[in-house]
Design a binder for this molecule. Structure first.
Ligand code: PMP
Length: 404
């Protein structure tokens, strides 16, 4: 069992009052709150360990470099990667996917080659491929979903052709909460010698991820969704693939030697990290991962599942409730609409009660089109949320419903 009261003490913002009401923060899929330990790590980094990394002979630079590289090893162990060379620091999931889209298309695709994505992708796993489609003429195929919000695996298998070069799908949907069978997805692709990129933005904070067990070729996540800092993220890539791909950006750090005629690129992981990295952000991310590990990701998953089950049951009792995403395997996200109340009105009125939820298309407009809606209200839970907060949400929705 988790001691939620004790955990909440690490997150001072959870005590905040909004409109003179106790804040109920249920927008964790957008970003999570930060524990003191993470904020203190940032403060200590700037006060005591700040120097540019990798290039300095002086004490402080070496200390900063060691902290940054230690953070990389923490990420490596958290994802169960084989080597820290396979961990590339990025600005977030978005940049990580753009990196793969750009470098993979450049290095491994020709006009007419195909990438498979799914109906439930976040825009950040759609638009980068469209940019490549415009630039290089690649084609995008889309896996359909059923009404519960699960991938149609038969249709997935039928999408492969001899032009398929990559599969890029999300592990967990940020709208539906669906946990996709990524191990099976990867095995299917590998049986056709096609590599797979998994968007882990919504999985890494909530369920145990072992990239070697999954056999993922690329895997991404964002620090800010796992109690870490903003502007920091990770691309995991198998060394063999990263070695094969051309760099994404050019500049300092990513080179071995430069003349005006020719540049020899640096070894992994630096080949993909042009410019001064966010060496404070990386150590804060590592602190967040240590925080999560100390609680235990399996305990977190079990508790959040309990919250999801409770919330689903409470919300289903409300007249006119429509839930979007009722997959068998689901993470702690609930998207809904009530009667014909506009999602924006619901969100705004819940906000007045101190309840923070997200409204709109959640950067997944094609998914909204699949369900024939413009948007939903989304409540998403973290391990610091409580059943009392879910009660507040259910009572809040009921109040808004009665107003209409
Ligand atoms: N993919 C998914 C599934 C997401 O939920 C998000 C964030 N909402 C992203 C990608 C993009 O993450 P970021 O904005 O941190 O780059």
């Amino acid at each position: 069992m988790l001691n939620i009261n004790e955990i909440r003490e690490d997150f001072p913002i959870l005590n905040k009052r909004v409109y003179d009401k106790q804040l109920v923060y249920l927008d964790n899929a957008a970003t999570t709150q930060k524990p003191r330990q993470v904020v203190e790590k940032i403060e200590n980094g700037y006060y005591n360990v700040n120097a540019n990394v990798h290039r300095g002979v002086h004490f402080l630079s070496q200390e900063a470099t060691e902290a940054h590289e230690e953070a990389r090893r923490t990420v490596q162990h958290f994802l169960h990667a084989r080597s820290s060379n396979e961990i590339i620091f990025t600005r977030g999931t978005t940049e990580a996917i753009n990196l793969v889209a750009s470098s993979f298309t450049e290095g491994c695709m020709q006009a007419g080659d195909e990438v498979i994505i799914s109906t439930m992708e976040h825009h950040s796993n759609i638009v980068p491929w469209q940019l490549e489609a415009a630039r290089k003429g690649i084609a995008i195929k889309v896996i359909p979903i059923n009404d519960r919000g699960e991938l149609d695996m038969e249709a997935y298998r039928a999408l492969f052709s001899e032009r398929t070069r990559l599969v890029s799908v999300t592990h967990v949907s940020n709208v539906l909460g669906t946990i996709n069978p990524v191990k099976e997805i990867i095995a299917e692709a590998h049986s056709r010698e096609v590599p797979v990129l998994i968007d882990g933005a919504q999985s890494v904070p909530h369920i145990a991820v072992d990239v070697q067990d999954l056999d993922a070729d690329f895997y991404t996540f964002s620090a800010h969704k796992i109690y870490g800092p903003t502007g920091m993220g990770v691309l995991y890539g198998k060394e063999a693939w990263l070695d094969r791909l051309p760099p994404y950006q050019g500049g300092g750090e990513m080179i071995a030697t430069v003349t005006f005629e020719k540049t020899v690129f640096n070894e992994l992981p630096y080949k993909f990290e042009a410019g001064t990295p966010d060496y404070i952000g990386s150590t804060a991310l590592a602190e967040a991962l240590d925080y999560v590990s100390a609680i235990g990701i399996d305990k977190i998953a079990a508790y959040e599942h309990e919250l999801l089950t409770y919330a689903t049951q409470r919300l289903k009792e409300i007249d006119g409730m429509r839930l979007f995403g009722e997959a068998e395997q689901k993470s702690s996200v609930i998207s809904f609409l009530v009667g014909d109340i506009h999602h924006y009105d619901m969100g705004m009125l819940l906000d007045r009660l101190g309840i923070a939820v997200r409204t709109g298309h959640h950067c997944a407009q094609p998914l909204m089109q699949r369900f024939g809606i413009e948007g939903t209200v989304r409540a998403s839970f973290a391990f610091y949320n409580t059943k009392e907060e879910i009660d507040a949400l259910a009572e809040g929705i009921e109040r808004v419903r009665k107003m209409f």
